[in-house]
Design a protein around this ligand. Structure first.
Ligand code: ACO
Length: 358
């Protein structure tokens, strides 16, 4: 049994905000932001744009890639499951962003739910989708989305956090297939977990998922949940916003990337040389440079697009996947790796054998 990506898509809001534009409102500079993070700009949602708008737009692209001959409505009817990885749904989880997306697409036969694992959300969601497809013969296809609209949960006066984030969504269609089709039928890694008995596996091969809840305070939205709800008549000094201990998250992130790559390589029984591209969560270019140095992996093996999008949290990996795919930089049969880390704290990664034929 394989879980293959058969379509990808992405969406960002129309408004692009450069570092220079931020520096006109805030005590910061393009030079500081670029040199400390690698960020040059970000896309910011206007008042009229919520999570499900970006999620549905990315999903439509992925659906039309997977089913170019079908109408959008018919393509949506091929979906059995919608998962939106996010911590910034349209509402406080009720209803989920996934249910709103399901309705917007007309994916009437799909189950739908959100998944909260911070910036690692898409990695968790891929593994969750594969598990749910595997458990039921009636389920064949999942729409897996990573979407975040963190600009609405930021203290825009706090230069240490507001310059880091951008909004966006990325989506993939994950399809369950019975037969593997890559290569000559021999298992070239020796440990691809092939359970169909047909040789080389395609699609999602391996995931490692980790959490360390003791670090939850380092990246937190304190207000609005059941621990500290908004009360009638209360006046907030600031909007509900994310707080971050930058140094602690930085140290955690370098360790998380290092541990995840080592964990995936060991679990799959391969060498890093077998991997064509590593697609890391785009939080800070310096985190990736430090991890690459520690692991002695050439920096150019890591795909980076943080310069344009900034940190889009759960969306950053599927946005990068779609970019690479549409640029033609992924070939059928390539092994790729995702690596993420984020609020929770959570971290983890996937190994995927690329299965979209050009
Ligand atoms: N512009 C100008 N100066 C700034 C800015 C800014 N935007 N932000 C902070 N500074 C100042 C600080 O006030 C401080 O000034 P001081 O020395 O006078 O006190 C100085 O720059 C250095 O501040 P640090 O916090 O030590 O800067 P650092 O080099 O650690 O970089 C950063 C901060 C970029 C946040 C870094 O800690 C980091 O990348 N942490 C990882 C966290 C991360 O990537 N989070 C993203 C979200 S989490 C996730 O996706 C998992």
């Amino acid at each position: 049994m394989n879980f293959e990506i058969i379509g990808t898509g992405r969406a960002v809001p129309p408004r692009k905000v450069t570092n220079d534009a931020l520096a006109r409102e805030l005590d910061t500079s393009d030079e500081w932001i670029r040199s400390h993070t690698g960020i040059g700009s970000r896309y910011i949602a206007g008042e009229e744009i919520a999570n499900s708008d970006l999620s549905a737009a990315a999903a439509k692209q992925a659906l039309s890639m997977a089913e170019p001959a079908l109408t959008p409505e018919d393509a949506a009817m091929t979906i059995d499951l919608v998962i939106v990885a996010t911590v910034t749904g349209d509402h406080l989880g009720c209803p989920s962003a996934a249910c709103i997306v399901q309705d917007k697409l007309g994916a009437k036969k799909a189950a739908a739910m959100d998944l909260a694992a911070g910036c690692t959300g898409f990695i968790y969601a891929l593994e969750t989708a594969a598990g749910l497809l595997m458990m039921n013969n009636q389920r064949k296809r999942a729409l897996v989305i990573g979407c975040e609209v963190l600009s609405k949960f930021i203290d825009w006066k706090d230069r240490a956090t507001c310059v880091l984030f951008g909004d966006g969504a990325g989506a993939v269609i994950l399809e369950k297939t019975e037969d593997s089709t890559v290569g000559n039928g021999t298992n070239d890694t020796g440990n691809t977990g092939d359970i169909s008995g047909s040789g080389v596996k395609n699609g999602l091969l391996q995931s490692v998922l980790y959490a360390d809840g003791s670090g939850g305070d380092h990246l937190i939205i304190r207000k609005g949940g059941s621990r500290n709800p908004f009360k009638a008549g209360e006046t907030l000094e600031k909007g509900i916003h994310i707080e971050m201990n930058g140094q602690a998250v930085y140290n955690f992130a370098v360790k998380a990337v290092t541990e995840t790559i080592a964990g995936l390589i060991a679990a799959e029984g391969i060498s890093v040389n077998d991997i064509k591209k590593i697609i890391p969560h785009q939080a800070n270019a310096r985190i990736i440079q430090a991890a690459a140095k520690r692991l002695k992996i050439p920096e150019d093996k890591f795909y980076m697009n943080i310069e344009e999008y900034a940190n889009t949290s759960a969306a950053s990996i599927p946005i990068a996947l779609d970019e690479l795919n549409r640029k033609g930089e992924l070939q059928y049969g390539d092994l790729i790796m995702t690596v993420g880390f984020g609020a929770g704290l959570t971290y983890g990664g996937n190994i995927i054998r690329w299965s979209i034929k050009k």
